[in-house]
Design a protein around this ligand. Structure first.
Ligand SMILES: O=C(O)CCC(=O)C(=O)O
Ligand SMILES: [Fe+2]
Length: 304
């Protein structure tokens, strides 16, 4: 399996639980990024609303990726990647950034529904990660990130904004029983496998809860985006070629024009039961099959 982290102990912990907590930014950098957030926010174009997206659920979260001003998104990407670069280079085994977000939670606001991040690579072969770094101390009171340890690489193999999610019907049970809140100081970071099941509640504090998410993929990978055109079929997934620019100009609820479809495959969405979910945690991983077929390939090559 391609390694994610340079340090062996951290790598082991990451592969086991699906995340690690590490010291990341120093206090000057935390201050700098907070300042940059407030200095540039006037350039935000406002967020895509559910009416614009044509969806019925209200969008409760505030992430840069749904900002309407592409120039503002580009600026945020530049500001975040510049400060993050030396730190992610130190921890990650040759990764490159693909999306950068400020995540803002005002008082009594900002719930991020239970989800797994989209797939950005073929996860049976490699791993994409998010570096989640709060710019204020974060805990349950202000709506910190909460994860289901051991849920990575097990569920939702085909994920994208338009693809029905197999855990949708059991999300309330998962929120009640399986989450572990990340208690992290400003500048510490959670490095998480994008396939881990996670959630965050509203901010019950006066102070703004500001955090950053930087999504990264292995340097040698081309990023992919799974798209389903529900108007046409709910059984066919298109694999679109994606890059930093794709996500800049991208509206999650619309199919981007001018992008290349690499291939398509049939996929039948389904609903998982809570019993199956419970059994799956720390269970067989989606990349395990691959490893054994890899061995088979090797044996075959010896005898051919
Ligand atoms: O900031 C939050 O509360 C949620 C973050 C999240 O979903 C992510 O970084 O993938
Ligand atoms: Fe997320």
């Amino acid at each position: 399996m391609r390694p994610v982290l340079r340090d062996n102990t951290l790598e082991e912990q990451f592969q086991h639980d699906g995340y690690v907590i590490v010291p990341f930014l120093n206090q000057e950098e935390v201050q700098h990024l907070r300042q940059q957030y407030f200095d540039t926010i006037a350039q935000s174009g406002g967020l895509i609303q559910s009416e614009d997206a044509g969806i019925k659920d209200t969008i409760t979260y505030d992430f840069t990726f749904i900002d309407k001003n592409i120039d503002y998104k580009r600026l945020v990407y530049k500001v975040i990647t510049q400060t993050f670069e030396p730190h992610f280079q130190k921890y990650l085994a040759n990764y490159k950034p693909i999306i950068a977000n400020f995540i803002r939670k005002k008082t009594n606001n900002g719930e991020v529904p239970l989800h797994q991040n989209w797939a950005f690579v073929d996860e049976t072969k490699s791993t994409s990660v998010s570096i989640w770094c709060p710019l204020v101390d974060s805990n349950e009171e202000n709506g910190t990130l909460q994860v289901v340890p051991g849920s990575h690489k097990r569920f939702g193999k085909v994920r994208g904004p338009m693809i029905p999610w197999e855990l949708e019907n059991i999300k309330h049970d998962i929120i009640e029983k399986y989450l572990v809140p990340m208690n992290v100081k400003a500048g510490e970071a959670v490095i998480l496998d994008d396939s881990i099941v996670h959630y965050s509640a509203i901010n019950k504090k006066e102070e703004l809860r500001l955090a950053i998410q930087l999504i990264l993929i292995p340097e040698e990978e081309t990023s992919i985006h799974y798209h389903m055109d529900l108007a046409k079929s709910n059984k066919k997934v298109e694999v679109l070629e994606a890059d930093v620019n794709f996500y800049m100009e991208f509206n999650p609820w619309k199919k981007a024009d001018n992008v290349q479809t690499l291939k398509s495959f049939s996929y039948r969405p389904f609903n998982m039961s809570i019993t199956e979910f419970d059994k799956g945690i720390y269970g067989k991983r989606i990349d395990e099959v691959n490893e054994s077929s890899g061995i088979l390939e090797k044996i075959k090559s010896i005898f051919s």
